[in-house]
Design a protein around this ligand. Structure first.
Ligand code: TYM
Length: 333
C-alpha cells in the first residue's frame, strides 16, 4: 500500500507565504506520492478568541486557497474537521495517555498563553491532543508540516507509542515531513521571528492573496543588514530569509541563488525576490477568486470528503474503543 499522508491547516488568519512554501506546496506534492488526506481544522480555531459569525467564511477562504494551489478532491481526501465527530471523541480517549506536563511544555502553548489578554482556555492546552487525534484517526505515517509544528508531531508520536504499549498495537506512529528549504520563513521586517499573521508584522507578512504591487512593496522594504553581500550567514537573518524564499519559489538551491546575485547589491536582489514571488502567487490568486465564489460547490466537496473521512476514522475509533474496554460501536449505532 502507498503511504498515507495527513495534514491540517487552520482557518484563522489569512494564509501567508510561510504557510504556502512550508506546507501547502507539500500537500500538493503529497497527492502524487501517497494516499493524501487534508483537513481544514476549524475545531482548533476556537482555542483562541474568535468570531463565530466569520468562522465558516474563513473555512471557505482557506479551502479555496488550497484548491487554487492544486489540491484536487479527485486525488486526495479533503474535508472539514468539525464534520467528522470521531476527531473529538478520539481526543478525549487519547488524553488518557497524554502527559499533562508535556502539554504545558509545548512552545506554542507557552507563547499563545502568554499573549492572551483575556481567557487562557483549556482548549489551548488541549490543542496538541486534538492534533494527535487528527493524524492518528487515519493511521497516517507521514505528516507534512513547517518547522513550527515539529514539537506537536513529536508529542503525537509519544501518544501513539504510549497507547500501543498500554492497550496493544492499534495506532500507527507517524513521522513529520519538514522541507529542507522553506520550513521556517521569517517575517520580512523582523527576520528573527517567523512569518505569522498573529505574531509578526503586517508589513513583513506576505499574504497569498496580496495584490502584486503590495507584494513588491513588502519585499522592497524588507529589512536586510549592514554589508552588501547576498549570502546566508547567522548574522544576516534578513538576507538569509530572502535567499531561502527565492530558492523555494524558483526551485533552485540556495547556493545557486547566492551565485546568481553575487555582487549585485541588496536593492536589485530584493526586487528580484519580490518579482519571483509575484510570478509564483499570481496563478493561485487568480484561481482563488473563481473557486471562492461558489460556496455551494465547496459544501458539496466537504460533504463528500466527510463521508470518506468518517469511514476511515470510524474504523480506527472502533479499534481504539475496543482496546480500551468500551463497546466498539457507540450508542445509537
Ligand atoms: P497552521 O494553520 O498554523 O499552519 C499551516 C502550516 O503552515 C506551516 N507554517 C509555516 N511554514 C514555514 N514558515 C512559516 N513561517 C510558517 N508558518 C506556518 C505550519 O507549520 C503548518 O504546517 N497545528 C497546525 C494545524 C493542524 C495540523 C493537524 C497539522 C491541526 N491538526 C494535524 C498537521 C497534522 C497549525 O497550526 O497549522
Amino acid at each position: 500500500m502507498s503511504e498515507r499522508i495527513f495534514s491540517g491547516i487552520q482557518p484563522t488568519g489569512r494564509k501567508h507565504l510561510g504557510n504556502y512554501i512550508g506546507a501547502i506546496t507539500q500537500y500538493v506534492a503529497g497527492q502524487d506520492r501517497g494516499e493524501a488526506i487534508y483537513c481544514v481544522v476549524d475545531l482548533h480555531a476556537i482555542s483562541v478568541p474568535y468570531d463565530a459569525s466569520a468562522l465558516q467564511s474563513s473555512v471557505y477562504d482557506v479551502a479555496a486557497v488550497l484548491l487554487a494551489a492544486g489540491l484536487d478532491p479527485e486525488r486526495c481526501l479533503f474535508f472539514r474537521q468539525s464534520d467528522v465527530q470521531e476527531h473529538t471523541e478520539l481526543t478525549w480517549l487519547l488524553s488518557s495517555v497524554t502527559a499533562y506536563g508535556d502539554l504545558t511544555r509545548m512552545h506554542q502553548f507557552k507563547e499563545k498563553s502568554a499573549s492572551q489578554r483575556e481567557l487562557v482556555s483549556a482548549a489551548l492546552l488541549y490543542y496538541p491532543v486534538l492534533m494527535a487525534a487528527d493524524v492518528l484517526a487515519y493511521r497516517a505515517r507521514e505528516v507534512p508540516v513547517g518547522d513550527d509544528q515539529r514539537q506537536h508531531v513529536e508529542l503525537m508520536r509519544d501518544i501513539a507509542e504510549r497507547f500501543n504499549a498500554r492497550f496493544g498495537e492499534t495506532l500507527v506512529v507517524p513521522e513529520h515531513r519538514i522541507p529542507e528549504v522553506g520550513a521556517r520563513i521569517m517575517d520580512l521586517q523582523m527576520p528573527e521571528r517567523k512569518m505569522s499573521t498573529t505574531g509578526g508584522t503586517p508589513q513583513g507578512t506576505v499574504l497569498v492573496l496580496d495584490a502584486p504591487n503590495t507584494v513588491l512593496k513588502k519585499f522592497r522594504s524588507a529589512v536586510t543588514d549592514s554589508g552588501t553581500e547576498v549570502r546566508r550567514a547567522p548574522d544576516k537573518p534578513g538576507v538569509s530569509n530572502l535567499i531561502e524564499i527565492l530558492s523555494a519559489v524558483t526551485r533552485r538551491t540556495p547556493e545557486a541563488v547566492e551565485a546568481e546575485f553575487d555582487g549585485s547589491g541588496y536593492g536589485a536582489f530584493k526586487t528580484a525576490v519580490g518579482e519571483a514571488v509575484i510570478e509564483y502567487l499570481t496563478p493561485v490568486r487568480e484561481r482563488y477568486h473563481e473557486l471562492r465564489s461558489d460556496e455551494a460547490e465547496l459544501e458539496r466537496m466537504f460533504a463528500l470528503g466527510a463521508d470518506k473521512a468518517r469511514a476511515i476514522a470510524g474504523e480506527t475509533l472502533a479499534d481504539v474503543r475496543t482496546a480500551m474496554g468500551f463497546r466498539a460501536v457507540r450508542a445509537g449505532q
